[in-house]
Design a protein. Structure first.
Lengths: 256, 246
């Protein structure tokens, strides 16, 4: 469980995060949604302390990351996995080496154990026969899946995904969403996903936090999001004519 | 004020670089890779440039020392001392600042903009130490080797160009090479190459590590790193010459 309390962050006097308080539950997929530039990525990076916030508390199962020293942060980060927007795989390492990297760095596993665990992680994300390929030789969807495999390599307690669907086709996006959902349930971890993909919101939004201009605009789940009266959230969720039509059809069905 | 802020950030980064490695074995593996990438891959260009420069220095010395009062063996001596004192340490380091420095700045800068450095940090890895320390050790280790290779190739260059163009005989040239050799000159130049090697690795690494933005900024950081390293090499050349020859 991750709890954030009264988070504030400004860049050169310009407020980006304005007093955000919320709770991200364990075993659920917690989504942070909002328009581009609303402060989603800043919030996600602030939670893992890649960005220093100005005020507030960030509690990982009661442990405040802001009060930790460099050594303790390093230890806490070994309990985290993160999937970055572009995958952030190491260009100089192949798929297998990328997934093995955290094990090389932080475990005393034997070579055979590492190989077995690498195979397990890659199987878990449905990657077969690509062990020796380099990140530049695989597709965007595969890169994201390898990044997920690397993120789960050390059995993390917290998984962070920054726009895992960006640049992917709808079919691959759904595969990635389902994969993240399955992993969250299977490993019983706290998952935070930063997205503006409405498919993700509807498919895996157990908890949804809507950020608008740096403020907490709304909180709820994927059922509630369809019928909210929040004006800004409505504008965001039903921005496309297709989604408006789906909402109207659903409304008509419910009325009948 | 910005200069002081940059210098402060540079030393703060160095304090992170020289901290205890998470796993020495991984750093050792990185070091071997960096020695190959930054050092071994520079051997060819160093040898080629040094052979030509040795030949050119020999010809220039011969054509500009036309006085009958000057013995021709001075051509060999002049070529040797020019190579040892300035060319093979300073000029070669300026060249390496371009080749190796831009490579380091663009590699680390690209890792920054593609969030690979954030990814390392998030795993709990000290990204500054992991990425920069092996490069510093590799460049500092390989610099004296490149210096010795360069001097050797420069002398060979003179040995080829001088007799072929008929300006000096092999015996006279080699006689000059062996005349009035001062071993301290080599020590002095090796000290310089070690300092220059440190600058060649750390200044571009600092520029690359602090890139913000995209590909354009990576290119700018790479250019800035070459310019800054070159200026610092010349500045330290001046300081070290004054200090060590005093």
């Amino acid at each position: 469980m991750i709890e954030i309390k009264n988070i504030k962050k400004s860049f050169e006097e310009r407020p980006i995060l304005k007093d955000i308080t919320t709770l991200f539950e364990k075993g659920k997929t917690n989504l942070i949604i909002g328009q581009s530039g609303s402060g989603k990525t800043v919030l996600l990076k602030s939670i893992v302390r890649l960005i220093e916030v100005d005020e507030g508390e960030i509690l990982f199962d009661g442990r405040d990351i802001r009060k930790m020293n460099f050594k303790d942060i390093k230890l806490l980060r070994q309990e985290m996995g993160m999937v970055f927007q572009g995958g952030a795989l190491f260009d100089s390492l192949n798929v297998e080496e990328n997934v093995r990297f955290p094990m090389d760095m932080f475990t005393n596993m034997s070579a055979a154990e590492k190989n077995k665990h690498v195979d397990f992680c890659l199987d878990r994300v449905n990657i077969k026969g690509a062990h020796r390929l380099y990140p530049s030789e695989i597709s965007g969807g595969m890169r994201k899946r390898v990044a997920i495999a690397r993120a789960i390599a050390l059995n993390p307690k917290y998984l962070f995904c920054d726009e895992p669907n960006s640049g992917l086709d709808p079919v691959t996006s759904i595969l990635i969403d389902n994969l993240i959902k399955e992993i969250t349930l299977e490993f019983d971890i706290t998952t935070l996903i930063n997205t503006h993909d409405m498919n993700s919101v509807m498919e895996i939004g157990d908890n949804i936090l809507f950020i608008s201009e740096g403020e907490k605009g709304w909180e709820g789940n994927n059922t509630q999001v369809l019928f909210t009266r929040n004006k800004k959230l409505n504008e965001f969720v039903f921005a496309s004519p297709l989604s408006k039509r789906i909402r109207d059809l659903k409304q008509r069905e419910d009325d009948e | 004020m910005k200069v002081f802020s940059e210098i402060g950030s540079y030393f703060l980064l160095l304090s992170r670089v020289f901290s205890r490695p998470e796993k020495s074995r991984i750093y050792w593996r990185q070091l071997i890779l960096e020695i190959e990438k930054l050092g071994i891959h520079s051997l060819g260009i160093v040898a080629i440039i040094s052979v030509f420069m040795g030949g050119i220095i020999t010809l220039q010395l011969t054509y500009n020392m036309s006085s009958p009062l000057m013995p021709t063996y001075l051509v060999g001596l002049g070529n040797r001392d020019t190579l040892i004192l300035e060319f093979s340490c300073t000029v070669l380091s300026l060249m390496l600042a371009g080749k190796v420095g831009s490579n380091i700045a663009s590699e680390i800068g690209s890792m920054r903009v593609t969030e690979q450095i954030d990814s390392l940090e998030l795993m709990g890895v000290n990204s500054a130490a992991f990425l920069i320390l092996p490069k510093i050790i590799a460049v500092v280790f390989i610099s004296p080797i490149l210096f010795i290779l360069s001097v050797f190739c420069g002398i060979i260059g003179g040995l080829i160009a001088g007799p072929i163009s008929g300006v000096v005989t092999v015996a006279t040239y080699m006689g000059g090479i062996r005349t009035m050799f001062v071993p301290f000159f080599v020590t002095f130049s090796i000290i310089k190459t070690l300092v220059f090697g440190f600058l060649i690795a750390t200044v571009p690494a600092y520029q690359g590590y602090n890139v913000q933005g995209g590909a354009l900024e990576v290119g700018r950081a790479s250019t800035r790193s070459v310019v800054n390293t070159s200026i610092l090499i010349l500045l330290f050349d001046l300081i070290l010459t004054q200090l060590l020859f005093k």
